[in-house]
Design a protein around this ligand. Structure first.
Ligand code: ADP
Ligand code: ADP
Length: 227
């Protein structure tokens, strides 16, 4: 079954110079547990797409479905990860990862929250760094911690908007491996927005290539590497 369905989505922004068409009849379906990578040049509408999936915006025409429900308003079942994660400096790494649980599962005992966060931090290679402050970690390690934070509460979907864009090439490739390791133990559905074609093919089960103005889906690659 498809966890995400984007059906015939067309969208234009209203600007002082008139409407700016951005997306043209986009169709994307993501089965539960799969990664969809959306790749395209800067300005082609990738961030717009993330806002539509998260329910932060409504498309002019077409529909966005999540888990069999039409998306009409912001969802707490959607996790977001960005290029420059904001970790709270006055909290330890562990307490940063726990944060979403404090919000969506306030009755979960503290010990249980900690165990969940520790489990994820170990999966991404941050065992032993739980009590460090964000500024004591490298950029790649902070991005690992923030990935843990964005899935700790098991959102239906994780939307990643250029999550590795600020990292050097070597660290970025480390993070790709980390994503595979994380997926192997912790299945989740994700939309990865990137302008790095290699990254899209390495991490996506399907790759949607957007281009043109307004953007259309030009190619869909079915990758499905053995995990
Ligand atoms: P991408 O994430 O692929 O760089 P965006 O979705 O951010 O693309 O933007 C697509 C186009 O829409 C760009 O030309 C951008 O300038 C324009 N745009 C984005 N958001 C707005 C907005 N809120 N109002 C007007 N134009 C916007
Ligand atoms: P990013 O691509 O870093 O996620 P955004 O999607 O927020 O950035 O914005 C992409 C482009 O859209 C930028 O060039 C920005 O100037 C333009 N844009 C974003 N929001 C608005 C807005 N409310 N009004 C006009 N232009 C916007």
């Amino acid at each position: 079954t498809n966890l995400i369905e984007i059906k015939g989505v067309t969208h234009a922004y209203q600007t002082p110079n008139g409407p700016l068409p951005v997306l043209d009849n986009l169709n994307i379906a993501v089965p539960e547990g799969e990664f969809a990578a959306v790749v395209g040049p800067s300005g082609c509408g990738k961030s717009t797409l993330t806002r539509l999936i998260a329910g932060l915006m409504k498309p002019d025409t077409g529909e966005v479905w999540l888990h069999g429900e039409r998306v009409k308003s912001p969802r707490k079942t959607v996790g977001m990860a960005f290029q420059n994660p904001v970790l709270l400096e006055w909290r330890s790494i562990l307490d940063n990862v726990i944060l979403p649980l404090e919000i969506v599962a306030p009755s979960m005992p503290r010990k249980q929250r900690e165990a969940r966060a520790e489990e994820l931090l170990a999966l991404v290679g941050l065992q032993g760094f739980e009590s460090k402050r964000p500024s004591e970690l490298s950029g790649g390690m902070r991005q690992r911690a923030s990935l843990c934070r964005s899935i700790v509460h098991k959102p239906d979907v994780l939307i990643m908007d250029e999550p590795f864009g600020a990292l050097d090439a070597f660290t970025r490739e480390d993070l790709w491996q980390t994503m595979h390791a994380l997926r192997a133990s912790e299945p989740f559905t994700a939309v990865l927005i990137t302008h790095d074609l290699r990254e899209s093919v390495y991490l996506g089960d399907q790759v949607f290539v957007l281009s043109g103005r307004p953007a259309r889906t030009q190619y869909v690659l079915d990758v499905h590497y053995p995990q």
